[in-house]
Every structure is written in C-alpha cells, then in structure tokens.
Design a protein around this ligand. Structure first.
Ligand code: ZN
Length: 164
C-alpha cells in the first residue's frame, strides 16, 4: 500500500505524502509553495499544500542556519479550503501586493490574521534550503507555549523518529 503514497513529481522525482515524511531523509518536498505572505532572503510565512493528500498548512520560519543556508519551518494544519479563501482575497497581481482600496487591504489583513489564528496545531517541522528538498523532518511535534527550542539541533541531532 505504500506505493499509493508516491506521486511522480517530475523526471526522476518521487514525492512522499506529508504524513509519511518522518521515515525519510532527505527527500524531495511534496509541498507546493502556494502563497508566500512574508519574505526575507527566503519565504518566512505562507501556505503550502501537499501534492499527495492535498492537506493545507500554514508555514512559518522557526529557525535559520545561515552558514549552512538551511531554514527550519513549522507547518500548522489548516482547515481545508483555507488556501482558496485567502487566494480569493489577495490582490490578483500577487506577489506584488497592490490593493485597489483601503477596504481591500483591510480584508486581506483580516484574512491573514484569521489564518494565523486557525494555525494552532504544529503538525510538522522540517529543514530545507529551497523548499524543493526536505533535509530532515519530524512529525507530531509538541511544544509548550513559550518554550524555546533549538530547532536546527532538534532536527539534525535526533535521528530517531518520534512515536506519534
Ligand atoms: Zn500529504
């Protein structure tokens, strides 16, 4: 049945569903970077969708290893349809954010805030250089509010997958 989780993503590329990632590293990313809401030398915040199961996640940059050019992202499960909802409200000229009016900008700001509010459950943490390849990944991560975590060490110094 494992083969059902494989999707041909291009020549020589096989992606693994987000639910199976923990067993594998490094692996081509199954995530399409659908919306980037914030950028600084790379995506900081946005929405991705798993090419295999269509689950949608809000992502946020958690840590960076500048020397290695690696970023660690947290993926937070979103209710399905969140992506379409936000796409409808963002300006058409995305990623150039030009709003026709102040109310349009306010509606977009509110939609993005709602998204952040919905994204409560940290489902997955992964490290990548470019969103095309996942270098290390952990599923089912539980973090207390305000807990400081060294995410780079967390991913790369802990080869055993967590039982979920
Ligand atoms: Zn998936």
């Amino acid at each position: 049945m494992a083969d059902e989780c494989l999707v041909r993503a291009g020549v020589g590329q096989v992606t693994i569903c987000c639910q199976k990632l923990t067993e594998l590293r490094p692996t081509p990313s199954p995530f399409s970077k659908d919306i980037v809401l914030n950028w600084h030398d790379g995506p900081l915040e946005g929405i991705v969708r798993c090419a295999e199961c269509a689950r949608e996640y809000y992502f946020r940059d958690l840590a960076e290893d500048e020397e290695a050019g690696i970023r660690v992202y947290g993926l937070f499960a979103l209710p399905s349809g969140a992506l379409e909802r936000v796409k409808k409200i963002l300006p058409r000229k995305y990623p150039i954010w030009e709003f026709d009016s102040a109310p349009a900008k306010q509606a977009a700001d509110e939609a993005i805030q709602k998204l952040r509010d919905e994204a409560k459950e940290l489902s997955l943490v992964f490290a990548t250089k470019d969103f095309k390849e996942i270098l290390a990944c952990r599923l089912g991560v539980e973090v207390e509010d305000g807990e400081a975590v060294d995410w780079v060490r967390f991913l790369f110094d802990a080869p055993e997958p967590v039982e979920v």
